[in-house]
Design a protein around this ligand. Sequence first.
Ligand SMILES: [Zn+2]
Length: 268
Amino acid sequence: MAIHKLSSAVPFRNGQLQNETMALTQKLLDFFLPAKCLSCDSEPSVICRNCLSSLLTDPLDVTRAQPQLGLHQICGTAVVDYSPQAAKLISAFKEQQLFSLAKPMAELMVAALLKSNFVAEWQDNNSVPIVLVPIPSTSTSKLKRGFVPAQLLAQACAQLLRKHDAFKSARISVAAGLVVSDRADQAKLDRGSRFEVSRNSMKFYGSISQASLVLLIDDLITTGASIFEARRAISHTLSAELLSLVNFTFLTFAETSLKLVTRNEKKV
Ligand SMILES: [Zn+2]
């Protein structure tokens, strides 16, 4: 969007120069923002409305627990299973840096959240402030990609939630300050190792000073190791009294079912 605005705002005296520059701008736009739908190749959009709405089915109620590790259950919502279509979308967003996917992905995430019991849960919690906390990327991933995917999703989700009627009176913020050490890069790890490297890998430098509903945001949940670690790191900064007034839930774009994780691990 900013590139569009920039290109039309540049004053030109020479028509040919303008055309050449516009053509170059278009080439750049095509490179960064493919004109066709990522999923069906049809409409001139990064993802067309049809493909977007085909992803919008019933939200997935996702639960993770690791009682043997002392990790109490945490419940949340995902939009879709980690299908090939979802994987393609996430990969385009994260690895090809198609930032423009943050908004449609957030639209689906917020739609799933509104279909889940989140609104009721928030009202049961006396409509406390909602704090969205993006799951951080390691500094290596951040350097490689140039951005933190969950941060863009959290900001887009917060904007959409603020506009929604159900949350007119809500105080909604995106908390900065959750960081993760580089040793916690989990992408190629099996399930057991993910919990091992995740433990004590995050620190929360932000502040939660009152009763809140913390909504952890990520693009994908697999074992839940990052979600548990984020909850631990934030909880660690709260007094016992405040901790009893803060509830945690999560919202992700996709969920890799644990069955699938086990199956993949067996293959390795
Ligand atoms: Zn499409």
